[in-house]
Design a protein around this ligand. Structure first.
Ligand SMILES: Nc1nc2c(c(=O)[nH]1)N[C@H]1C(S)=C(S)[C@@H](COP(=O)(O)O)O[C@H]1N2
Ligand SMILES: [Mo]
Length: 405
């Protein structure tokens, strides 16, 4: 009963804002495994892949050189996730300095506008400047909780981060091009990281279409938490689609086009579709809007022994495309709930908020859970079963067991 309801909820949301087509059969039939290892991914110091040797090894769980997760307890240490702790998810290899060349000469073309134009990053920097905090979260964050055999990095909570991006609003760029084509339906962003691989662009190009309305809050970002956007995070410039899953935040951005139809590359047409287990195809909803979600980051089984007495339970909560309104915390596996307080500053609806509940715990074992609401939507108890383990926001799987002594 509950499961059916969740399935309908998420599907309805995506179907309402989406225009899934039935034309993806050819594409789904032709998926080939892509080997992305290159010199750039050789192991560097501290057991980290070379291209992210500057990250904090202790904060990270390495699933592969394409999927590096942030430890649960390393999230929410501060409201903004420091770059050294931010997860990595690559479909294509990170571009190297020599492939990128002079950063200010990097080109981004804008199409589907009145006056299509190609800007250098140097020119983009003169069009306008702002900073926003958004959550970057992989569509598969929480996949590790699914019980069917699901392909891909077994992320638990750590394919997510809250980041300050600095760049130019897409709106300002579009204005400089005379405005968008009125007939367009999507904003389609393309990365160029497939180029050095020489692979067929239809299979390897990370090109993502999102509903056109996303452009009004979107940004072309060249700075991440105050430093030039690291190559590993898509430098020198990436698309930021606030409230939308990670994959739509295209790295190594080469083109933004306002289009009438969705991109037909594999990563749009057949991948990142939320389909029932055993089914696939482009008729299913794309990983677009993130749902409301929260999880506890301290104390957890990672943070060591908890002493009896006063305990502060802390976590992060996000509203998706709306502002998060409230969070409840349970210490008895969801039997009873108490309202948590938000702590720290409010960085806008696309950032997460830290929450805290102070309670007194005597020796024993506890199952700690959190349940966030953004007003109309709250976290369901159970995950929405789906083939690739996408969009998990069920509170039960995200709960943690702790022992108090
Ligand atoms: N060009 C390009 N953009 C991309 C990807 C990629 O491989 N290439 N990976 C996507 C995925 S699946 C996610 S979750 C985020 C990860 O961003 P991060 O590695 O900076 O954390 O980038 C997205 N944008
Ligand atoms: Mo992702």
């Amino acid at each position: 009963m509950k499961k059916t309801k969740q399935k309908l909820n998420l599907n309805r949301r995506n179907f309402l804002s989406g225009t899934a087509t039935l034309a993806g059969l050819a594409a789904t039939a032709s998926i080939v495994p892509i080997n992305i290892s290159n010199a750039n991914h050789k192991e560097g110091s501290k057991g980290l892949p070379g291209f992210i040797s500057w990250k904090d090894r202790n904060a990270l769980i390495i699933h592969s050189d394409k999927g590096i997760e942030t430890h649960r307890s390393a999230i929410g240490e501060s409201l903004i996730t420091p770059n050294r702790n931010v997860y990595i998810r690559n479909n294509m290899p990170t571009m190297t300095d020599s492939q990128i060349g002079n950063r200010n000469d990097w080109k981004v073309s804008i199409e589907g506008v009145k006056n299509p134009k190609t800007f250098s990053l140097g020119q983009l920097k003169k069009l306008g400047h702002t900073t926003i905090a958004t959550i970057l979260q992989c569509s598969g964050n929480g996949r590790g909780f699914f019980e069917h055999k699901v392909r891909g990095s077994q992320w638990k909570t750590g394919a997510a981060a809250c980041v300050f991006w600095t760049g130019v609003p897409v709106k300002a760029v579009v204005d400089a091009c005379g405005g968008i084509d009125r007939d367009s339906v999507f904003m389609t962003s393309a990365g160029v990281d497939h180029k050095p691989t020489g692979l067929d662009p239809k299979k390897a190009m990370v090109e993502r279409s999102v509903p056109k309305k996303v452009y009004s809050d979107a940004m072309l970002a060249w700075e991440m938490n105050g430093v030039p956007l690291p190559n590993a995070h898509g430098g020198p410039v990436r698309m930021i689609t606030p409230g939308y899953f990670g994959i739509n935040n295209v790295k190594h951005l080469g083109k933004v086009a306002f289009t009438k139809t969705e991109s037909t590359v594999k990563y749009m047409k057949s991948s990142y579709r939320i389909s029932p287990i055993g089914k696939k195809g482009s008729q299913y909803p794309s990983c677009w809007e993130m749902p409301v979600k929260s999880w506890i980051t301290r104390p957890t089984d990672e943070t060591g022994t908890v002493k009896s007495g006063k305990v502060q339970i802390v976590g992060v909560a996000m509203g998706g495309t709306r502002k998060v309104k409230s969070v409840k915390v349970s210490i008895d596996g969801g039997k009873s709930w108490k309202r948590a307080k938000f702590i720290g500053p409010d960085l806008g609806k696309y950032a997460w908020r830290q929450f805290a509940l102070e309670t007194t715990l005597s020796a024993g074992t506890y199952n700690l859970a959190s349940l966030a609401s953004n007003g109309p939507d709250k976290q369901p108890e159970l995950r929405m079963e789906n083939r690739r383990g996408y969009a998990h926001n069920g509170w039960k799987d995200h709960s943690v067991n702790i022992t108090v002594v």
